[in-house]
Design a protein around this ligand. Structure first.
Ligand SMILES: NC(=O)c1ccc[n+]([C@@H]2O[C@H](COP(=O)([O-])OP(=O)(O)OC[C@H]3O[C@@H](n4cnc5c(N)ncnc54)[C@H](O)[C@@H]3O)[C@@H](O)[C@H]2O)c1
Length: 591
């Protein structure tokens, strides 16, 4: 295929436009830059020169490459210069009337075959295209900031865009070393459409004081491996920008989960726009700084002292139980591994030994440390042996009747004053607590799988949990090198309440034929830096497990937007449960 678009005009050379101009020139194409006026043009060129000089310093570019690419870029203040381009990319501020007027003028200036692309984030590409007499040659091309390092480009087609124009722009994106995905014209497109709904829920969670900003952010980083927590990310994006994008999304979807959380409006009204103003959800050292300053309240908080924990018991013999035993034993705690039979306990111990051996083989654990950890674990088939434990962690089947029965049993056996913890991910901790005569001693410790590797523990206090019980578990998490976050006893805790609605939104996007599985996964990995795309994650977690969590969330909050997507229900009904059955959103069967 012939190289598309040998000459590209970029109108508006701010944050995005300057980055796009450089990327295009790097591919050897001629770039006609157009700014609002002569002084803006001078400043824009200076910005491009400075940015490319930095790239040379950081060895992303050689001095020769810089000279060559700068020679390809001209910057002026006359829009008529765009007439010589094969493609015009518009990157002016996010204002519909400004963009429509610009497109109407470009339509008059440019030959009829010129393709016109808008860089909008949240405005309707269709409405911008309607300002021209060539809507079939108008589309969206959504780059991500910073353009030089972000690989994703969303190529946005309206109902009128010709497939050929879209394919040529995708080809150009590939030529710039980017990965194009194809999206329809909907506020937020793929990546922001999924991202901002989630950010909004995180803001609402903070606003309702369900958890602190630090705990919400740490939970999503450590529980999901995200590069940044949602509130820190909102500060980086700009609270005003986020609010505008959400308004646009709500306008189209009428989904209440897209209606900007009231706290966003309050922050905007107060001029607290995030990093750029020095304060948003966090306070920064100075406007523009990325360094958040600790606030006094957080530093001052003196807590009740916890209870002493020497011996630990873990009930269960599955993946979580075995992993949790490993965590405690490696930290030097004697652990009773209590299963329904001695045989099951022994088998779990063998699993644990295997896991420790793997760590030794990978050089993460010494042989002595492995032997020491194993020596601390005693397998037992009798819960009676838990009588003297200071903490018992329950990790049996995710079934309320089973858990309540176990808590009733523990209540009769375990000494008074011991802490009883459940690892449930979706059942109410309080229902476990009320199966005992000592609900004040019962708490949730939500570990993540695999427990030895995942740093996060959600510490879930019920309305009846005693303060020193919460303190005990928080202290203990520190001792076993886990990062504890605190939250209340409601469906999903922090991580699942923010993660699963996002996964459900992704399924809905697919179900509506808005984008493909591959494009959605690519968009989230390359546009947001997520370690896995939503469909990869769903297939790993299991579609049945995901469906259950979504149903629990919907049942708890009764929010229409949280209802599980029918496509997920259908796949579960068909037995497509993800990796474990060989088929989920993707086919994992060996060919
Ligand atoms: N900043 C981001 O993270 C980001 C990411 C993806 C997409 N976008 C979108 O990209 C577009 C540009 O955003 P930005 O962040 O680069 O904005 P910006 O404010 O940094 O830059 C806009 C530039 O356009 C110039 N300009 C204004 N009116 C003009 C006109 N009539 N003709 C020519 N130039 C004009 C301004 O002088 C300025 O240099 C917006 O639609 C935005 O939503 C931004």
């Amino acid at each position: 295929m012939e190289r598309p678009f040998p000459t590209v005009a970029v109108v508006g050379l701010g944050t995005m436009g300057a980055g796009v101009a450089v990327a295009v020139a790097r591919s050897g194409r001629r770039v006609i830059g157009v700014e609002a006026g002569p002084s803006e043009a001078v400043r824009a060129l200076a910005r491009i020169e400075a940015a490319t000089a930095r790239a040379v310093e950081r060895e992303r570019l050689t001095a020769e490459e810089r000279t060559a690419l700068l020679a390809l870029i001209e910057v002026g203040a006359e829009l008529t210069a765009a007439a010589a381009a094969d493609l015009v990319i518009e990157e002016v501020p996010e204002d519909l009337e400004l963009k429509r007027a610009l497109f109407a003028e470009l339509d008059r200036i440019c030959p009829p075959e010129t393709v016109l692309a808008t860089g909008t984030t949240a405005l309707s590409v269709t409405r911008i295209a309607a300002a021209t007499a060539r809507p079939e040659r108008v589309l969206g091309v959504h780059f991500f900031n910073p353009v030089h390092s972000m690989k994703l480009v969303e190529v946005v087609r309206t109902v009128l865009t010709s497939p050929q124009a879209a394919e040529q722009v995708a080809e150009l994106a590939r030529d710039l070393g980017k990965e194009p995905v194809s999206a329809g014209d909907r506020a937020g497109f793929i990546a922001n459409g999924l991202l901002f709904a989630y950010l909004n829920q995180a803001a609402a969670m903070f606003e309702s004081r369900y958890a602190t900003r630090e705990d919400i952010d740490a939970a999503m980083r450590l529980g999901c491996g995200l590069p940044m927590g949602p509130l820190a990310l909102l500060d980086l994006i700009g609270i005003d920008t986020a609010r505008t994008v959400l308004e646009a999304m709500y306008e189209q979807s009428r989904d209440r989960l897209h209606a900007p959380a009231p706290i966003l409006g309050q922050l905007v009204a107060a001029g607290l726009l995030g990093r750029k103003t020095g304060r948003g959800f966090y306070t920064y050292e100075a406007p523009g700084s990325s360094k958040a300053v600790a606030e006094e309240a957080a530093a001052a908080g003196a807590r009740t002292a916890g209870r002493e924990v020497r011996g630990v018991g873990v009930c269960g013999s599955g993946t979580m139980a075995t992993g949790i035993v490993e965590v405690f034993a490696k930290a030097g705690f004697p652990v009773l591994l209590a299963a329904r039979s001695q045989e099951k306990a022994e088998r779990a111990l063998a699993q644990l030994a295997k896991s420790l051996d793997r760590s030794v083989a990978k050089g993460r654990l010494t042989e002595q440390a492995r032997d020491a950890a194993l020596a601390l674990v005693t397998p037992t088939g009798s819960y009676q042996d838990l009588a003297d434990a200071d903490l018992v962690v329950e990790a049996v089947a995710e079934d309320l009747a089973v858990k309540r029965e176990l808590f009733g049993t523990l209540d009769k056996i375990v000494k008074p004053g011991a802490v009883l913890a459940t690892t449930t991910s979706s059942l109410p901790v309080i229902s476990c607590a009320t199966a005992t005569s000592r609900p004040q001693d019962v708490i949730g410790m939500h570990f993540f799988n695999p427990a030895p590797a995942m740093k996060l523990v959600e510490v879930v206090s019920t309305v009846l949990t005693a303060e020193d019980v919460t303190a005990t578990v928080l202290e203990l998490c520190g001792k076993v090198k886990k990062h504890a976050v605190e939250c209340g006893d409601r469906a999903g805790f922090i991580v699942n309440a923010l993660l699963f609605p996002y996964l459900n939104d992704a399924v809905r996007m697919l179900q509506e034929h808005y984008a493909t599985v591959d494009d959605i996964d690519t968009a989230m990995k390359l546009g947001c830096g997520y370690p896995m795309g939503p469909f990869e994650l769903l297939d790993v977690v299991g579609l049945d497990v995901s469906l259950t969590i979504e149903q629990v969330l919907h049942q708890e909050f009764r929010e229409p937007g949280l209802a599980a997507a029918p496509l997920l229900e259908h796949l579960v009904a068909a037995g497509c449960l993800g990796r474990k059955t060989g088929r989920g959103f993707r086919d994992h069967a060996r060919r």
